[in-house]
Design a protein around this ligand. Structure first.
Ligand SMILES: [Cu+2]
Length: 502
């Protein structure tokens, strides 16, 4: 008897697939069972930089390449010193760094240091264009707690497609003696980065990027899940306690992760570094650009999956909003992400102290200002034919690189309030700073959302208030960005810019 799964597999292999509707193929995650996850998980190489005149110099080459995700199929990709994605840059608090970004692509690009606190001119946003053949060398000092940040293209109208092809990498900030307890820190051994992304492939192996109205609305959602650039990977677990640093590196897909046995794990960190208190969880939701550091324990001879489960928020949405969300919001079926296999894991299991970190005190300061941001979708004519039809707005405005939307005083503590009037969720990201979430629809955020964040998911019909302080760096003319980190929404207008003025 042919099982349903094997039938689908056979159908795909024998070409019957051609008769299947596209949506079926694109949403066929369920056919991947644990035994399909056989490729060893790749660990991005580390780059420590070279010291020169007291500065750490990093040479980063943006390059066109091809990658063999599937045997015998060459996928055109972009990498940074690599064929797809980039090295993990390792810097420490207090370091002065210079990053030589050499653009060897056939088009202009940028490299943005996501989550890093730095001067606006060094930020790598759409204004810091690196023309093809040119090198851009931003220079700044690392002045924030230990955390996992990342870097990616932020090119005007081209962020989505460039990141999709591989223009992204990890940026680890270390801080000596920042905590008096030991965390697993052997990179690639018991301290594992997981960059989770989804991609769609054409038959010739090339990536399928936006090809439908649905892709434009929901953002691109691929049927293959990649972790560190590997399709259906398997990690052989070496230690009893593993630290996983997870980045949702997808353009648009929201992840809601759990282990297949629904085991408990401990979240210790979020976007901006360690949480004040560790949080025990069985599921964790990560929108594009969000990061989480978790500790997971393993015993002998285990074989389990990390998998995505549908978001309860989406299922619970009723009425017109719910219907539109399901129509435009893309697929949200369960699927497997990667496999963990242990034989005889070694090492100790550390006990996480009751208090892990001390966070900045500005959360309890009186804000000098509250800014309101209305998030909307603009359909058809209202989207403006000149702007390509549909799009997404903040306070009814599409992104305009020549318009400054907000001006912040240096040193100000402010509340930013995001109100989502659209039927799609928007992960909102603010450059320059890390913030704290005050409320979601008037209620305090979940325990694991109480740390330092630079990206917050705002669900349809939700109002999220965040608080932050704009410190250290001012510039009268160079703006920072704030935007939706669904990269297709960002490219379709959902971005604004603010100045921090002295
Ligand atoms: Cu969005």
């Amino acid at each position: 008897m042919i099982s349903r799964r094997n039938f689908i597999k056979t159908a795909v292999l024998t070409g019957v697939a051609g008769a299947l509707p596209l949506y079926f193929l694109r949403n066929s995650y369920a056919i991947y069972q644990p035994e399909d996850f056989v490729s060893p998980l790749a660990i991005p190489p580390q780059l420590f930089g070279r010291m020169q005149d007291g500065k750490k110099i990093f040479d980063l080459n943006l390059q066109q390449s091809t990658t063999e995700f599937f045997k015998g199929l060459k996928t055109p990709t972009i990498g940074i010193n690599s064929t797809f994605l980039g090295s993990t840059l390792r810097v420490s608090r207090g370091d002065k760094v210079i990053l030589n970004v050499k653009n060897q692509l056939n088009e202009s690009s940028t490299l943005h240091w996501h989550g890093v606190h730095l001067p606006a001119k060094m930020d790598g946003g759409p204004h810091q264009v690196v023309e093809k053949g040119q090198t851009w060398s931003p220079e700044f000092e690392i002045n924030q707690p230990a955390s996992m940040q990342w870097y990616h293209s932020h090119a005007y109208h081209r962020t989505g497609i460039q990141v999709y092809h591989g223009l992204a990498g990890l940026f680890y900030i270390d801080e000596k003696d920042s905590q008096d307890f030991e965390l697993p820190d052997k990179y690639g051994v018991n301290d594992i980065p997981l960059v989770i992304q989804d991609r769609d492939f054409r038959q010739d192996g090339s990536f399928r990027y936006i090809s439908s109205m649905h892709d434009q609305m929901a953002g691109i959602q691929g049927s293959e899940i990649l972790v560190n650039g590997v399709v259906r990977p398997k990690l052989t677990v070496k230690n009893k306690q593993m630290r996983l640093r997870i980045l949702n590196g997808a353009n648009a897909r929201i992840l809601n992760l759990e282990f297949s046995d629904q085991r408990e794990f401990i979240q210790i960190g979020s976007d901006g570094g360690l949480l004040e208190q560790a949080v025990r969880l069985r599921k964790i939701r990560l929108a594009p650009a969000e990061r989480a550091e978790i500790l997971v324990s393993f015993s002998d001879n285990e074989d389990l999956m990390l998998r995505h489960t549908p978001l309860p928020q989406r299922a619970a949405m009723g009425g017109m909003m719910g219907m539109m969300s399901r129509m435009m919001g893309g697929d949200d079926r369960p699927f497997n992400v990667m496999r963990f296999v242990s034989k005889k894991p070694e090492g100790d299991i550390i006990k996480v102290p009751a208090k892990m970190a001390t966070l900045p005190t500005w959360i309890s300061e009186q804000p000098v200002k509250t800014r309101h941001f209305e998030l909307d979708v603009q359909m058809g004519m209202m989207g403006g034919a000149a702007r390509g039809g549909n799009g997404f707005t903040i306070n009814n405005a599409f992104y305009d690189p020549s318009r400054i939307d907000e001006v912040v005083r240096l040193g100000a503590v402010e509340v930013w309030e995001f109100r989502n009037n659209s039927p799609l969720p928007h992960p909102m990201h603010i450059h320059d700073i890390q913030f704290r979430i005050l409320t979601r629809n008037g209620k305090p955020p979940a325990l694991n959302e109480r740390g330092l964040k630079d990206t917050v998911l705002v669900f349809p019909d939700e109002t999220v208030r965040v608080i932050t302080k704009f410190e250290n760096y001012a510039d009268d003319s160079a703006p920072y960005m704030y935007h939706c980190h669904n990269l297709e929404h960002e490219d379709k207008g959902m971005m604004g810019q603010f100045l921090v003025k002295a």
